[in-house]
Design a protein around this ligand. Structure first.
Ligand code: NAD
Length: 441
């Protein structure tokens, strides 16, 4: 459904009127296109104190943006704050960003590099945790479609672990991601083969559930763009729409209810050479307040959104169908973080996904060489949200730092980042794709 308010504020009279009324001013977001694959402008590399990780400059030099130490109009700013270990050291963060933050180009990116707060050093932990509050606040201040994130690199680690993450965050692909904290692991999963930058998923098979339409179809499209052979799965009742989506993307359609007891076997049979990327996207809502919710509405949501995800994941991992270097990406929701009236079943299922990802991630990496992550979409413009009553829909759209809803492609780009062969150090993470929603923040 079109966001008419966004169009209105894109016109001169609309902008004048909404400013006078003190209403939100959403900036049109610049997303990835073939013609504009990168941010336009230089990347300003700053350091607060001494860096505690190696190779930051080298990784930034491969970002595709010209790296400079000084400029009056950066498209992106990377502040290396990995060496900040004391409260006094936070002054270096202020000193580095205060003079330049105003000059960031519209639609610009700020990424702060930090390290994991230490359980053994409360001064280091305080200083590094402080960066989280800093980043989340700055994300609410920058405006004009700009985003701000914190990426934690393991202490003493190499910035190379952050390469795919920086490539994503410093590009138009992360347009609707802001105020996020990403904690990288010491990479224990099997690294993938060196990738063709234009088609990094070449040679990999990706299966996306619930892919006839909406977010799932967008995920399938972006994974196909990145070179994957794609299988789109949806319920047999959606066969026609599924086949149309498959034809459009050059994908293979697999009509299958993911809750079927033999779903994992049917998936395994469809991928004789194994699966490189498994995206659990299928999801349903059956909203009612708990007092009015019959057991069947509770059970169907838990079954589709959580139990079938647990079951198929376990069975496909156990059978070795998901190859070493493989990626599992599940779909949570900010409802699973913030909770939502009428959605005890849905929020429970989506919070369950977060529990699954955090617990299984490290073990799947150690035992199978596979990473497990989740996206947690906020308000995304799909059929699901078009059905929301007007007032709640408008509130959902505006109650975030970017003052607009996201598009299915925004979630898809995040899934594609998790799926990258060099995202090995990204594991057990839940990335909110929500424009820094106020809900659950
Ligand atoms: P959608 O309803 O447009 O698409 C969901 C798809 O899943 C449909 O094609 C449906 O047929 C399929 N599906 C449902 N049950 C299935 C089953 N048993 N087996 C196979 N396929 C099944 O929804 P969407 O908005 O594109 O959402 C996709 C995912 O993102 C869901 O998990 C949803 O909970 C989550 N999400 C969406 C939003 C949003 O704002 N749209 C926000 C947070 C989370």
């Amino acid at each position: 459904m079109a966001d008419r308010y966004l169009h209105l504020t894109g016109t001169a009279p609309g902008r004048f009127l909404t400013r006078r009324l003190g209403l939100p001013q959403p900036a049109p977001l610049r997303r990835w296109t073939l013609e504009t694959p990168r941010l336009e402008g230089p990347l300003l590399h700053l350091t607060a104190g001494a860096s505690a990780v190696t190779g930051v400059a080298e990784v930034l030099s491969r970002s595709g943006l010209p790296v400079v130490g000084d400029t009056d109009r950066p498209a992106a700013i990377v502040l290396d704050a990995t060496g900040v270990t004391t409260a006094a050291g936070l002054g270096d963060v202020h000193a580095a960003l205060h003079p330049v933050v105003r000059s960031l180009a519209p639609g610009g990116r700020i990424v702060v590099l930090g390290t994991v707060p230490s359980p053994d050093d409360h001064h280091q932990a305080a200083a590094q945790q402080a960066l989280e509050g800093f980043v989340r606040s700055l994300g609410k201040e920058t405006g004009r479609g700009s985003t701000v994130q914190l990426v934690r690199i393991p202490v003493g680690g190499a910035a190379q672990a952050a390469e795919s993450t920086l490539r994503f965050l410093l590009s138009p692909r992360s347009a609707y991601v802001s105020g996020q904290v990403i904690e990288l692991t010491t990479a224990t999963a099997t690294p993938g083969p060196a990738a063709d930058p234009a088609a990094p998923l070449t040679g990999r098979t990706a299966l996306v559930t619930g892919a006839a339409r909406g977010i799932g179809a967008a995920v399938a499209s972006v994974l196909a763009r990145d070179g994957a052979r794609v299988i789109v799965l949806d319920v047999p009742g959606a066969r026609e729409e599924l086949e149309r989506t498959a034809d459009r993307l050059g994908a293979t359609a697999l009509p299958l209810d993911i809750t079927a007891p033999d779903a994992a076997d049917r998936i395994a049979a469809a991928v004789p050479d194994g699966l490189g990327v498994l995206v659990h996207n299928a999801g349903i809502t059956r909203d009612r307040r708990l007092a009015n919710m019959p057991a069947d509405r509770w059970a169907s949501v838990i079954e589709v959104n959580l139990d079938s995800v647990l079951r198929t994941t376990d069975e496909l991992l156990k059978a070795g169908v998901i190859a070493r270097g493989g990626r599992i990406v599940a779909t949570a929701s900010i409802a699973g973080i913030a909770g939502n009236t009428g959605q005890t079943n849905y929020a429970a299922s989506k919070a369950g996904i977060i529990g699954l990802v955090r617990s299984l991630g490290p073990r799947a990496a150690a035992d199978h060489g596979v990473t497990v992550n989740a996206v947690a979409p906020g308000f995304i413009e799909t059929k699901m949200t078009a059905a929301v009553p007007l007032f709640i829909r408008e509130a959902g759209r505006r109650m975030n730092s970017l003052s607009q809803g996201g598009l299915p492609v925004d979630v898809a780009e995040a899934v594609a980042w998790f799926a990258q062969p060099d995202s090995t150090a990204v594991n057990g993470q839940v990335l909110r794709v929500c424009g820094q929603s106020l809900l659950g923040a």
